[in-house]
Design a protein around this ligand. Structure first.
Ligand code: GLC
Ligand code: CA
Length: 535
């Protein structure tokens, strides 16, 4: 084992959407006690940390991404005791816990906003972004809401507009007010003192807005939010001074971690926020936009690697609570071959793998067919052009019993009907299942320092079908070759591989090391091949 193991760099992080993981008290909604019950499952899977989507008090307008009190647990998830119990049980099993911080905005039911909107001279007035109407009597400028329409909402009572980047029920905090910084940092320290190991920062690069409130320039040909060049409402330079204060705080709690969700930004910008004075990690979402072709993934990896170099630590993510699941993006039907290839890629790259609950059993999105069933406010708003994010938020499928073993009563969101055969229990029993592929690959990663920390070197690659690379430390090399196609494909190997004594580390299609004929290894359809060599 690795003596120099750092959990967030060398481990695997698992995202839980708490409403949908496990219902501990059978009211139909997943909760903290449910997660605690399932910790041994996560240990067995081999993960090192959990990121919990928000569990704070929330009216659930945006399902927890609208926080009414950052220091209270929402009763539907349990109590602070339940939280501490989860944290302690996770830690005693060697699992770290990451909380989700939603700091760009609060719920309109947060006390700060209730105060702020009560009168113009309330001490909390400048905790949010209030502006007079423009000279012509309309909105202060052209800033938009990501969820549709102007970002400005008129408040009758105090005769000013407030700004909201998302829905009007999610007013944006005024980050140009230092009191906001202090309150937020104090709140973060509250969780650090409880023993929380790190944070995922929701849309952190949108916290600051230009204090001059300039109109964003308009781009031609696009509509809505995309019609604007977001020069003044995101990525403001003042951001960096707050991130450095945050980092100083985090550094005083050894091994604590921050991963930022970057909003509407180039990968280059995303990479720039990782540094010793700002965040440990940021997410590049380009994997989620790729088609199922080796070359698209190859380009995403090259781009991310070349921006980060060996100074910054990458991470990789195929799924989260905002996008259709990879199984639904890439597959019609129930075959899992493609998901095994993706699992192998995710778990053998240089960078922290993030796994979204249910990804390891290949959960598919639930179909959303009627507007009246939609839960996600974004889906309600854009129906039928966009049906929202309910699809990827359905209950975890534990077993073949009613409601998939998620709850004894009807869950808040329907369970996918494939739960009768696609569930944790049946996949644990099947050695070739996707779940066992994840388990095996995580175990291999854990026991192979070259796969955790080694350099990434791209190898020959047959566009579209074959992705191959080497992971390398001073005394160990691992070659990863992934056949993205359902046909055989030739992998032309280099001299170093030809001449040395390589052995088979893993394959889903063979148990002996492959023959090299005419400098080529023939990979089986959708084969994962891992070869290793000690120097
Ligand atoms: C982030 C979250 C998303 C939420 C939005 C507003 O993008 O991932 O779920 O709706 O922020 O908080
Ligand atoms: Ca419950």
């Amino acid at each position: 084992m690795d003596k120099d193991f750092l959990w967030w760099r060398d481990g695997v992080i698992y995202q839980i959407y708490p409403r949908s993981f496990k219902d501990g008290n059978n009211d139909g909604i997943g909760d903290l006690a449910g997660i605690t019950q399932k910790l041994d499952y996560l240990v067995d899977l081999g993960i090192d940390a959990i990121w919990l989507s928000p569990i704070y008090l929330s009216p659930d307008f945006d399902f927890g991404y609208d926080v009414a009190d950052y220091q209270r647990i929402d009763p539907k998830f349990g109590t602070m005791d339940d939280f501490e119990n989860l944290l302690q049980n996770a830690h005693s099993r060697g699992i770290r816990l990451i909380m989700d911080l939603v700091l760009n905005h609060t719920s309109n039911q947060h006390l700060w906003f209730q105060q702020s909107s009560s009168s113009k001279d309330n001490p909390y007035r400048d905790w949010y972004i209030w502006r007079d109407k423009s000279k012509s009597g309309g909105v202060p400028n052209n800033w938009q809401s990501r969820f549709g329409g102007s970002g400005w909402e008129w408040d009758e009572k105090t005769q000013q507009y407030y700004f909201h980047l998302f829905f009007k029920e999610q007013p944006d905090l005024n980050w140009n007010n230092p009191k906001v910084h202090s309150a937020i940092l104090e709140m973060i320290e509250f969780w650090l003192q409880k023993g929380v190991d790190g944070f995922r920062l929701d849309v952190f690069n949108a916290y600051f807005k230009s204090q001059r409130f300039e109109n964003n320039p308009v781009k031609l040909g696009l509509a809505g939010f995309d019609r604007y060049q977001h020069l003044y409402d995101i990525n403001q330079p003042e951001m960096l001074s707050f991130l450095s204060k945050l980092r100083i705080l985090l550094n005083s709690y050894p091994e604590s971690y921050s991963a930022g969700e970057t909003f509407e930004t180039s990968t280059q910008m995303v990479a720039s926020y990782i540094s010793e004075n700002s965040l440990h990690a940021t997410f590049d979402f380009s994997f989620m936009k790729n088609r199922f072709k080796a070359d698209g993934f190859y380009k995403s990896i090259q781009n991310w690697e070349s921006l980060l170099q060996d100074k910054k630590w990458p991470n990789y993510v195929l799924n989260n609570h905002d996008v259709p699941r990879s199984a639904t993006r890439y597959i019609r039907g129930e075959k899992d071959d493609r998901l095994k290839i993706l699992a192998a890629m995710l778990l053998t790259l240089r960078g922290t793998p993030f796994v979204y609950y249910g990804e390891e059993i290949g959960m598919r999105d639930i179909p959303v067919t009627r507007k009246s069933d939609v839960k996600d406010p974004v889906g309600k708003h854009y129906w039928p052009f966009y049906k929202g994010r309910d699809g990827c938020r359905s209950p975890m499928q534990w077993e073949e019993t009613q409601y998939g073993g998620f709850s004894d009563v009807e869950p808040w969101m329907p369970v996918h009907e494939n739960f009768v055969f696609r569930n944790v229990k049946s996949q644990l029993e099947n050695p070739d299942s996707l779940l066992n592929t994840y388990r095996k690959l995580i175990e291999i990663r854990k026991n192979t320092i070259a796969l955790q920390k080694g350099m990434y070197l791209p190898l020959t690659f047959e566009p579209k079908r074959l992705l191959a690379y080497m992971r390398k430390t001073s005394d160990h090399e691992v070659v990863v070759a992934l056949n993205f196609s359902n046909r055989r494909v030739g992998f032309v190997v280099s001299f170093s591989i030809l001449n040395q004594n390589w052995s088979l580390l893993y394959s889903n299609k063979r148990d002996q090391k492959p023959k090299i004929i005419d400098r080529k290894i023939t990979l089986e359809p959708n084969e994962i091949l891992l070869l290793e060599h000690r120097l």
